[in-house]
Design a protein around this ligand. Structure first.
Ligand code: 13P
Ligand code: SF4
Length: 319
């Protein structure tokens, strides 16, 4: 078997040969993020990944993240080849919102705007009026609320509930959840605050309401990273996937970053502070995809053109 260094070199060569660029999410493992950094790619949140991919002149995007991120890239750039280390990397929110059920649900409320989280299939996006990511969701819903619109929100009930509380918008929520964030516990965070009384608590809004309530900052991955750089605290308790620690520690090597506690622990917990699907993105699978052209993303053209409308609306949205 090749060691990591040989694999890394092989991937670098393949990226050049194929005029390809690596687009990685903050939740992927350090080795993937490191490579993205070293090869002119990007480490980003879901919205920035979409923007970066759409604007880049590469022929091939290698999307290290989960399937909806690859599909979003393909919807925005049909002329590009979109590869992923593995198409098996999915998301509990995507799985929990099948198109037939969702479409029937929307049909019951024809007077409502359909706002879906980016963590959905291309078919669900094609049924929506708006696509949003966590970094832009509050602004978009505020805008719709100001226009007097009522909303169907899917699939994340916790993010939806947070936005509802913040904006006061009239929202009907789908009942999906992220298996990583729903495990965080407010009690555990408060216990940790006893140990680190000066710590700031950073929480991703896919977490349940009690966890959001103990937060100093609630935001998307990029917003939490920004807070960790700008806040003067020397310790941060972080309720999101631990993949984010790579960039947090790099930006602030003298600060302490502590993982927010979850209900389960160790081998009993498949999704404690690390997404099992994000974790599938290995150097070896990345190399295979680039070398062999496997795990390519395709989106059926009729679905793609429909899904492009709400996605483009998101990219064009200005606060
Ligand atoms: P953001 O990076 O947009 O905050 O998304 C979080 C997430 O769960 C992606 O899977
Ligand atoms: Fe989906 Fe949660 Fe994994 Fe993100 S962390 S891909 S929301 S299951």
């Amino acid at each position: 078997a090749l060691d990591n260094e040989a694999l890394r070199q092989e991937i670098k060569t393949l990226l050049k040969q194929k005029n390809a660029v690596l687009v990685a999410h903050y939740y992927t493992d350090d080795a993937i993020q490191e490579l993205a950094e070293e090869t002119g790619g990007v480490i980003a949140d879901s919205l920035e990944m979409a923007r970066f991919g759409a604007n880049h002149e590469a022929d091939t995007l290698v999307v290290a993240g989960v399937k909806f991120m690859g599909e979003t890239a393909k919807i925005l750039s049909p002329e590009k080849t979109i590869l992923m280390p593995t198409l098996e990397a999915t998301c509990s929110l995507d799985i929990g919102c099948p198109i037939d059920d969702f479409s029937a649900f929307c049909d019951q409320y024809p007077d409502r705007k359909v706002v879906v989280y980016a963590n959905t299939s291309a078919a669900v996006k094609a049924r929506a009026d708006w696509v949003v990511t966590s970094s832009i969701a509050l602004d978009v819903v505020n805008h719709l609320n100001d226009m007097g619109e009522k909303i169907i929100w899917a699939p994340d009930q916790h993010l939806g509930g947070y936005i509802q509380r913040e904006t006061g918008a009239d929202m009907i929520l789908w009942d999906g959840a992220c298996i990583v964030h729903e495990e965080f516990k407010a009690k555990g965070i408060l216990d940790l605050k006893e140990i680190y009384p000066d710590a700031a608590v950073l929480v991703h809004p896919e977490s349940p309401e009690p966890v959001v309530e103990v937060a100093d900052v609630v935001g998307s991955t990029s917003q939490l990273l920004k807070a960790s750089k700008e806040m003067p605290n020397d310790t941060f308790i972080v309720a999101t996937d631990r993949g984010i620690f790579y960039k947090m520690k790099q930006a602030s090597p003298d600060k302490r970053f502590v993982e927010a506690p979850t209900a389960g622990s160790g081998a009993n917990c498949r999704s404690c502070a690390h997404c099992p699907w994000m974790a599938l993105n290995s150097l070896e699978l990345l190399r295979n995809a680039l070398r062999d052209g496997t795990d390519e993303i395709f989106v059926e053209e009729q679905t793609r053109t429909k899904a492009l409308i709400p996605l483009q609306r998101m990219l064009d949205f200005q606060v």
